[in-house]
Design a protein around this ligand. Structure first.
Ligand code: GTP
Ligand code: MG
Length: 196
């Protein structure tokens, strides 16, 4: 499997002038607030506290760039869908993220992180349509799998597979940052997208 020799935080950005030069292939991680984006990045990179994790939803408001093995950028996008965020802030989130997605020429893949227990909601389905229209490949990762009882697993899986019928070519991986389930499988998709 992929050996992480180096992983470091590069910068936080809001506007495109603040992004690092688009000289390396890049993957972005997106998902609603508190779904487990930062934990997933830390798990993939074998680092405990590289990406900031918090139990305060909506903590990360900026686009955070990490450089991995001097070869790829990992991007932690700000979380969406936090109910207590005012409309003004939701609009600003949308602008920041759309700006990023539309200008980033080196972006190879967007990982949409969902909670395995919740499946895809309207925000994610809209996002998948938007990505398809803009020609950006997507991967769905259903995280917090450790919280799902064995008996519920098949139900949760079936629901997500049904929802993704609309999006052939978008794979789904079940994942847990706690147990590292799915880590190798996610890496296989990342490598395929980043190295092709
Ligand atoms: P924001 O940046 O605030 O939008 O959150 P985030 O999506 O980066 O989520 P973060 O990684 O900070 O995790 C949120 C909470 O979920 C933390 O309390 C994590 O410990 C917990 N968490 C994340 N991944 C998992 C997982 O796979 N299993 C379990 N049980 N808890 C998880
Ligand atoms: Mg985060």
């Amino acid at each position: 499997m992929v050996k992480i020799t180096e992983a470091k935080f590069i910068t936080s950005a809001v506007r495109r002038e603040q992004y690092p030069a688009p000289e390396l292939p890049e993957v972005a991680f997106s998902g609603r607030s508190n779904v487990g984006k930062s934990s997933m990045i830390n798990c993939l990179l074998n680092r405990h506290r590289l990406a900031r994790t918090s139990s305060t939803p909506g903590h990360t408001r900026l686009i955070n760039f990490y450089l991995v093995n001097r070869r790829w950028y990992f991007v932690d996008l700000p979380g969406y869908g936090y109910a207590r965020v005012p409309a003004e802030m939701r609009r600003s989130w949308k602008k920041i993220v759309e700006d990023y997605l539309q200008t980033r020429k080196n972006l190879k893949l967007v990982v949409i992180i969902i909670d395995l227990r919740r499946g895809l909601e309207d925000d994610e389905l809209n996002f998948l349509f938007w990505l398809r229209e803009n020609g950006i490949p997507a991967l769905v990762v259903a995280t917090k799998a450790d919280k799902v009882k064995k008996s519920q697993r098949q139900v949760a899986r079936k629901k997500i597979q049904d929802q993704l019928q609309e999006f052939p070519g978008v794979p789904v991986v079940e994942f847990s940052a706690r147990t590292k389930e799915g880590r190798d499988e996610v890496w296989r998709y990342l490598i395929k997208a980043l190295e092709e």
